[in-house]
Design a protein around this ligand. Structure first.
Ligand SMILES: NC(=O)c1ccc[n+]([C@@H]2O[C@H](COP(=O)([O-])OP(=O)(O)OC[C@H]3O[C@@H](n4cnc5c(N)ncnc54)[C@H](OP(=O)(O)O)[C@@H]3O)[C@@H](O)[C@H]2O)c1
Length: 411
């Protein structure tokens, strides 16, 4: 595929886009092996971002396109091997770009967590992408890279140690520190507003297998956790995890796309670990408070009020908060026949999950799609099924993530 650029970053003027640009510049330079450009709808804003990053002599190429103009998007997609986009909410501003990439044979990655929109994009453009060779990969940020690749990592370790995949993987978020940006808030609110308009959508997004290809086997997974549950394998209470509604669907789609490499009866769930020593009552109250917080955005009358206290588009956690941030995820794999062969793994990140780490994960996913030898053809993939171990290596060596097998009995 001969193109002017390896990677075009669309949305470089936004909060997360600017961080991705900074990451690409610091890691790959502006005139090295990676040929990359920044794109957005407003040239003056793009010039200001370039000046902020490189000073007045900046040389990162700038391209313009509006997400509502299909011919501009087609021209943009035609110049790149990969389009990496942070223009969201994706359900509002992202559909034309997916179409353009599918038609032009341009690989694509994004940060969406809007599962209903992903499903729509898959059903509209899978055939076109398969024919053009475009590899389209949604969810290349905190949702869902550490979870999707964490499961792949643990399943490969199970395969090496015991020659079988774990039948059930439990993923538990042991800790993280970070905050939301205005763009993420706008995406969550837009999804709630779409559900208000079309209540049938709620049933769809609640379906644990919403992202599985038609006809793929469905396993036994049911709803995501909404209350406090004691987990005997972790010896702690667990609470709901807000992003389970995205990550679990992605992990199940990965399994389906990899010909059920984890098994047709594979089970997967996510939760947050309560602090050590926290008892039943406090855990139940904490779970209720978490659900009330989510409910206040879902419930129309309280949504407007809550919105006033949340960041606006373009705003997000500052540099100190991003640098002090981290995430720590534990996975527990249950052997199908012999519990003494259960295995544990851990995935960590050295910046806040949503922005400091997400910008590095998205940047590396884009470079991986542009530069690495991948075996999948065109179509809609997940991070694990498209980039797997190749991306794990990149994230370990460049983006501050760790993937490790842990001793059983370790916390
Ligand atoms: N999965 C994750 O872990 C994760 C983490 C972070 C963010 N996200 C998602 O990433 C998205 C961006 O978040 P953010 O906080 O960076 O948002 P943001 O600061 O509001 O940035 C949005 C970007 O979209 C651009 N844009 C808006 N309308 C456009 C149009 N019509 N044509 C072209 N560009 C347009 C904006 O351009 P202007 O500057 O010209 O307005 C800006 O560059 C959200 O959907 C968020 O949910 C996901």
């Amino acid at each position: 595929m001969e193109r002017d650029y390896d990677v075009v970053l669309f949305g470089a003027t936004g909060f997360t886009g600017k961080l991705v640009a900074e990451y690409l510049l610091n890691t790959y330079g502006s005139s090295g092996d990676l040929r990359w450009a920044m794109a957005g709808r407003n040239l003056a804003k793009l010039e200001a971002v370039r000046e902020e990053l490189q000073g007045s002599e900046g040389d990162i190429p700038l391209l313009t396109a509006d997400s509502g103009d299909l011919s501009e998007l087609a021209e943009l997609a035609g110049q790149a091997r990969v389009i990496c986009t942070t223009v969201g909410p994706y359900a509002l501003y992202g559909s034309g770009l997916v179409q353009a990439c599918a038609e032009q044979g341009t690989h694509y990655c994004d940060l969406t967590g809007e599962v209903h929109w992903m499903r729509e994009m898959i059903s509209q453009h899978q055939q076109t992408a398969a024919a053009s060779g475009a590899r389209i990969v949604h969810t290349c940020g905190f949702d869902s890279i550490p979870f999707d690749l964490g499961v792949l990592f643990l399943q490969e370790a199970m395969g090496e140690a015991h020659s079988v995949p774990a039948r059930h993987i439990k993923c538990r978020v042991a800790g993280f520190s970070g905050a939301f940006s205005g763009g993420t808030v706008a995406s969550m609110i837009n999804m709630m507003e779409e559900i208000d308009k079309d209540p049938g959508l709620q049933k769809l997004v609640d379906d644990p297998y919403i992202l599985n290809p038609p006809g793929a086997p469905r396993g036994d997974d049911i709803n995501d956790q909404t209350g406090a549950i004691y987990d005997d394998d972790f010896k702690r209470w667990t609470l709901p995890f807000i992003m389970a509604a995205i990550n679990t669907r992605v992990v199940r789609r990965s399994n389906a796309l990899m010909n059920n490499a984890y098994g047709e009866d594979f089970r997967y769930d996510e939760a947050t670990l309560a602090p050590k020593g926290q008892g039943a009552l406090k855990s139940k109250l904490a779970a209720a408070a978490m659900m009330a917080g989510t409910g206040s955005i879902a419930f129309k009358p309280t949504r407007a009020l809550v919105k006033r206290f949340l960041p606006s588009p373009g705003e997000g956690p500052g540099p100190k908060q991003r640098e002090k941030g981290y995430f720590d995820i534990r996975l527990y794999g249950i052997h199908p026949h012999d519990r003494s062969k259960d295995m544990r793994a851990r995935v960590t990140g050295d910046r806040d999950p949503g922005y400091g780490s997400t910008s590095k994960m998205l940047g590396e996913a884009a470079v991986c799609l542009a530069k690495d030898e991948l075996t999948c053809g065109g179509g809609f993939w997940t991070p694990a099924s498209a980039m797997g171990q190749t991306l794990i290596e990149r994230l370990k060596t460049k983006a501050g993530l760790t993937f490790s097998v842990e001793k059983r009995g370790s916390e």
